[in-house]
Design a protein around this ligand. Structure first.
Ligand code: 13P
Length: 255
């Protein structure tokens, strides 16, 4: 059975004290979430140590939103995968469309980052997804296929198995416009088929594929009900503990 995951991407929001309150509020509500659902919070770098300290006695995992594509050395302002591993980080979001668009991250760089996370026993949450013009031009499958091929196809089968994938259509991020559950399922199934063609069905069936883009309590039930949607990568709604927990309670009982 694939892991059910709800991951919060706090992006560049909250101060350390507000982040501490947020994680404590999430912890206070956590026992409402079925134990099989993995909860991950991905705060800004500055908050990771206090958030991890607060979450220490719980099963909540703490991830980062980025890491350097270099191992170490003269790269002012960068944070390495090894550094993140040394403070107990478990996951790193990579390839988010905001980083692709505003920080010019391309597949070559993302492959370096993914490899470094894996080498440091971290789980990459690899994001893919098309822009609105690409969907309107009916290019969405080609775009997502290339994003997957250019990075994940360069990994060994045993490494790709350790990744989590997030499908985040750019037109749905922070816009209030969610992909319909049919659109999400169609793309998740496509991603799984793409992985199966390269790595075999067993591996493709074992990889959790999360949906991201205006996911909230009101649409999570329908999205998570889709057979190939294994959870969500949540932006805005992950900043409200009650909403984040409500989303994590949205998996169908049978899954
Ligand atoms: P929103 O949930 O705010 O649309 O953000 C989604 C996202 O980008 C998560 O990584």
């Amino acid at each position: 059975m694939r892991k059910q995951i709800v991951a919060g991407n706090w992006k560049m929001n909250t101060t350390v004290s507000i982040g501490a309150k947020l994680i404590n509020d999430i912890i206070a509500l956590k026992n409402e979430v079925p134990t099989e659902v993995e909860l991950i919070v991905n705060p800004p770098f500055t908050h990771i140590i206090p958030v991890a300290e607060a979450a220490k006695q719980t099963t909540i995992k703490v991830g980062a939103q980025n890491c350097s594509n270099h191992t170490k050395g003269a790269y002012t302002g960068e944070v390495s995968a090894e550094m993140l591993a040394s403070i107990g980080v478990s996951h790193v979001i990579l390839g988010h469309s905001e980083r692709r668009e505003y920080f010019m991250e391309d597949s070559k760089m993302l492959l370096e980052k993914v490899k470094l996370t894996l080498a440091n026993q971290l789980t990459p949450i690899f994001c893919c997804g098309e822009r609105l013009d690409e969907r309107e031009g009916n290019q969405h499958f080609n775009v997502v296929k290339s994003q997957i091929e250019e990075v994940l196809f360069a990994l060994s089968a045993s490494d790709v198995k350790r990744a989590v994938i997030a499908y985040e259509p750019v037109w749905a991020i922070g816009t209030g416009k969610t992909a319909s559950s049919e659109q999400a399922q169609e793309m998740h199934l496509f991603i799984r088929k793409t992985l199966a063609d390269k790595f075999g069905n067993d591996i493709a069936q074992s990889i959790s594929i999360l949906y991201g883009g205006s996911c909230k309590p009101s649409n999570a039930v329908e999205l998570f009900n889709q057979p190939d949607v294994d959870g969500g990568l949540i932006g805005g709604a992950s900043l409200v503990a009650e909403d984040f927990i409500a989303i994590a309670k949205s998996f169908p009982k049978s899954k």
